[in-house]
Design a protein. Sequence first.
Length: 319
Amino acid sequence: MPSLEQSESSERSAIQRSAIRRLDGGLRAVIAIECFGVGGRYLFGSFETESDIYGWLYFDCQWPEGLAQGIDTFGAILTLATGLLLCLTGWAKRWQSSQSSWTGLVRNLDGAAAAWVAVWMLLLATAHMMRAAVYAEISLAEHAVRYVAPVALLLLGRGRMPDVAAERRGTSSKLAIRLLLVATSATFAAHGYKAMEHYGPFTDLILLSDLQWTQWNLTQETAERLLTTIGVVDLVVAFLLLASQSRAIALYMAAWGFMTAASRITALGVDAWPETVVRIANGGVPLVIAVYWLTLQKRPSPTTALANPTSELLGDDVE
């Protein structure tokens, strides 16, 4: 019979694998929804428009309009397709035997899909940074969760390859989580800074949502005071997430991220759904972090009550 230490180690390993599976599945869902938002914004939504990549290529680089439009459309279509592909490869990897002849193909497709989404989201953020009239300098931070989520998924996929040693798997998981933490904090800090500066579109979201739903007759001055408070809170929780790695902070950030994404619909109507969906990572990434931490907090047995699976995997305490 296995020793007590072996049994406890096996249970801890099972908990860690369960946490990583949930992180993997959660990230896939967030990325797939985000990709659908890209399709809605640039391909088939009521407010369909060209991206900043088109604007940069056509207006700044003086490329032919047809070529710039073609690249922009191709990128959006491929992003939409890879979002669906990530769902399919995730399902295949979950149910497919590691000895299957299709395993290598599925793994390669999965990695390529995640890499493409990361690259295209980063290109969108970079193009926005080059073309934005205000706050261009914080564009990469503001969009961080959108392009870091697929990078984290790519790291998790590499860590779960059959020929990767357990130590390297743990390293890949640690790096993925740390990237997600930094990206979430960066996104909230950027939004907090813009809120404290009373960014015009943020003020409009508050006033239009009030006009259509709460009808509290908020004035612009009141909306700006609210933005100041929101901005301070966003900056504080951005710092606390990194400093304390608290599950409660992550859950709050998830709820607030979803709420602010939904404000596009409450302010502009249902036709603005792509603007909400493309921002799903603002709440989705902190949510999957929180679920990951909560899963790791499960204790294998009463005899290991003092063990901390999270610190073993992350090297830090999670409150």
